[in-house]
Design a protein around this ligand. Structure first.
Ligand code: SD4
Length: 337
């Protein structure tokens, strides 16, 4: 049996187990009616909650989120606090302080956050504020809006007490100056390594939240916004079903409304793994898809605490913290040739 078939069969078995679990859970709160509607009620004693997953190798971030959850914090606090660790990490060149700039040398941030009620907040093209995810949360909680952009987002952040900072570090400035020598128009997307962080958490009450924060593609056109702050593309949370977050070339995620797609596929009964695989297949199977030249990765969790991750190319990974184990898990991927 080849690897792909093996994985397919394994995930089919996973679906079988998930259905089995749901039936068992029936006695624990999942009415037949709810199950027929696609609703799954989390049962903390069976799921081993709390649980945190995040894109890429970000164990410090998942550790912070788990610390919040273990202290009795909710999943919204956990994903915000977890993402802030990467935003403040100057070594991460795809997020927050130290993020690589656009082609004009400006570091511009995109972020969003979504809670168990389906409330959400987002900032796009935000400059000079490190913690874009926290500004997104303020948009969600303190305004009647979902999304603020550019100077308006910055002024809003300042009005809420956020510190104005130069986000272009010496290392990122040097990398940009090197890039300028050839200044290739095409956005460079490094297949092996990104550090945009997308995080999903389920707290001990079984409630799900998610967040995503990034400086976007390095050397992008000034004004470019990716998938990460777009609800439904970079992130989607449905507390009845599950959640998904994306990383990679945002344009391809936006074109397929990737995270919403994954959650809807889970609503129709797919496991998180199968839903992520289907969402990647929508991208790579487009006529004339240029997928060999870009990366997209999804991670997802369902209400039962099952997780999945899948990408176009090798080397995408997910960090998962559950049951006292904080580990990086290599993702399965499409392009095996
Ligand atoms: C974007 N999806 O702006 C982001 C980039 C990313 O790891 O995920 N990089 O398109």
């Amino acid at each position: 049996m080849n690897r792909r078939k093996f994985i397919k069969n394994a995930s089919l078995t996973g679906v079988g187990l998930a259905v089995g679990n749901s039936l068992v859970n029936c006695a624990d709160g999942n009415s037949k009616e709810n199950l027929e509607k696609g609703k799954i009620i989390a049962n903390p004693s069976k799921v081993n909650l709390p649980l945190v997953i995040a894109t890429w190798d970000v164990k410090n971030a998942t550790a912070k989120a788990m610390e919040v959850l273990q202290a009795g914090g909710n999943s919204l606090d956990a994903v915000e606090q977890g993402c802030k660790i990467e935003e403040a990490n100057e070594k991460g060149q795809s997020v927050g302080k130290g993020g690589l700039p656009d082609r004009d040398g400006n570091v511009t941030l995109d972020a969003c956050i979504m809670d168990k009620h389906g409330n959400c907040g987002s900032v796009v093209y935000l400059q000079n504020i490190t913690h874009a995810v926290s500004v997104a949360r303020k948009v969600m909680e303190d305004t009647p809006h979902v999304m603020l952009a550019g100077e308006g987002a910055k002024q809003f952040a300042i009005s809420k007490g956020f510190k104005v900072e130069d986000l272009l570090t010496e290392t990122s400035k040097k990398a940009w100056e090197k890039w300028k020598v050839e200044a290739k128009y095409k956005p460079i997307i490094n297949i092996e390594n990104h550090d945009t962080i997308g995080m999903l958490a389920i707290d001990k009450h079984g409630d799900i939240s998610g967040a995503c924060t990034t400086s976007g593609l390095a050397y992008k056109l000034g004004g470019r916004v990716g998938d990460s702050p777009i609800i439904g593309s970079g992130l989607f949370v449905d507390n009845e079903i599950g959640a998904c977050v994306a990383t990679g070339l945002g344009e391809e995620v936006v074109k397929t409304v990737g995270s919403f797609l994954v959650v809807e596929l889970m609503r129709q009964g797919k496991s998180p793994q199968d839903a992520c695989e289907e969402a990647i297949s929508r991208i790579v199977n487009k006529p004339n898809s240029d997928y060999k030249n870009f990366q997209v990765g999804y991670i997802a969790v369902n209400k039962s605490g099952e997780t999945g991750s899948y990408s176009i190319h090798q080397w995408f990974s997910m960090t998962k913290f559950q049951d006292g184990v904080n580990e990086q898990i290599q993702s399965d991927y499409f392009n095996k040739v």
